[in-house]
Design a binder for this molecule. Structure first.
Ligand code: SAM
Ligand code: SF4
Ligand code: SF4
Length: 327
């Protein structure tokens, strides 16, 4: 039977990259357009491209950029007919991903950014574009969520200005991914309503392993910064541990990391991840999940339960764990 698809992210997201925009952040290539000169950025190009993708999906055609994605949903015939005749394509943005900068103050061995964007030069400033989007009423101010990826925000010169621009429009829903090497006072302002989320990738339980992974000797400093931020911010703070084969994939290291999360307290959640170099980025190379990884995930889950810490695994990673190998 003729099928129709729908992707919520596609209609609502604008993901800024160094060389263009995407309309999602997905494990697939993702729908989007290349932009070589951001001084010519305009909303019409964005709306036109989004409409093209939405219409493809509504007709039951899966663009190649969406192939392999787990985000799109099938629509029933009834929903499809209703949508076709009644529902205009959503053009207002309620999810902005700030990911146009790749500068960083460390050099993680696993970092996927260096693979896709080896140049750390920032191609354009985002602030004027965000101001333009607000002026043109392109942003759903009631529901806006802003996510910072990167790069690391401590190295993004316009970070404070961007935050102030979003604050000025009453946005208080942020997701911030960072390494925590530098303390950033403006983060203390976010999240007085427990909506916002700061995720720090610590990835180790000891100074030596941290140095091996991040190529900087900053473990103690990061732990101190997390403690300080926990004291001064009302945002949800999560700690990430990316399991890297033959580096931190052992119980001793993980337990030391978990002890730190417990000592800091109020960590929501502890987030375990498998190095994407083994999964997402290893296109075509099957990765059998080693048996001891299951033990690590189980130890973390139990530890978090016993110590009142949140625990999280992304659906994509859970899927790989369930089937025992990467796709
Ligand atoms: C590129 S980082 C930028 C934010 C920040 N510098 C950080 O490290 O958290 C964005 C997110 O991607 C994750 N990431 C990067 N490379 C990865 C990999 N090979 N496997 C799993 N996660 C990865 C990081 O942990 C982080 O949460
Ligand atoms: S279906 Fe997946 S790849 Fe396509 S726009 Fe949606 S999230 Fe992005
Ligand atoms: S801190 Fe983040 S951006 Fe920097 S090298 Fe590590 S993963 Fe990449």
């Amino acid at each position: 039977m003729f099928e129709s698809y729908y992707c919520e992210k596609l209609e609502k997201t604008l993901h800024f990259l160094p060389d263009g925009v995407k309309f999602c952040c997905s494990c697939a290539e993702g729908a989007g357009i290349k932009i070589s000169d951001f001084s010519k950025f305009n909303k019409e190009d964005i709306i036109k491209a989004k409409k093209k993708y939405v219409e493809f999906l509504r007709k039951g055609q899966l663009p190649k950029e969406c192939s392999g994605c787990i985000e799109y949903k099938k629509r029933s015939i009834k929903q499809r007919i209703k949508e076709f005749f009644e529902k205009p394509v959503e053009t207002k943005i309620s999810h902005i991903i700030v990911d146009h900068f790749k500068q960083c103050d460390c050099n993680c061995t696993y970092c996927s950014q260096t693979k896709f964007f080896p140049s750390k030069t920032q191609n354009y400033e985002l602030l004027p574009i965000i101001q333009q989007l607000y002026e043109q009423d392109m942003i759903d101010t009631e529901n806006l969520k802003v996510e910072f990826q990167g790069g690391n925000i401590s190295e993004l010169k316009e970070f404070e200005d961007l935050m102030n621009e979003f604050y000025a429009h009453n946005c208080d829903d942020f997701v911030i991914l960072m390494n925590g090497i530098k303390y950033i006072p403006i983060l203390e302002r976010i999240g007085n309503n427990w909506k916002s989320h700061i995720c720090i990738s610590l990835d180790a339980g000891t100074r030596e392993t941290y140095k091996k992974i991040k190529n900087v000797d900053a473990f103690d400093q990061v732990v101190e910064n997390i403690k300080k931020l926990r004291q001064h911010s009302k945002a949800q703070i999560s700690l990430k541990y990316i399991i890297i084969k033959d580096v931190n994939d052992n119980i001793e290291e993980l337990e030391k990391f978990l002890n730190i999360a417990r000592e800091i307290g109020n960590i929501e959640p502890v987030h375990l991840e498998i190095d994407y170099n083994n999964t997402l980025l290893a296109k075509g190379i099957k990765f059998e999940v080693p048996k001891h990884y299951y033990e690590l995930f189980k130890i973390a889950e139990n530890y978090c339960k016993e110590n009142d810490l949140g625990y999280k695994v992304f659906p994509y990673t859970q899927h790989i764990l369930d089937q025992g190998y990467s796709i």
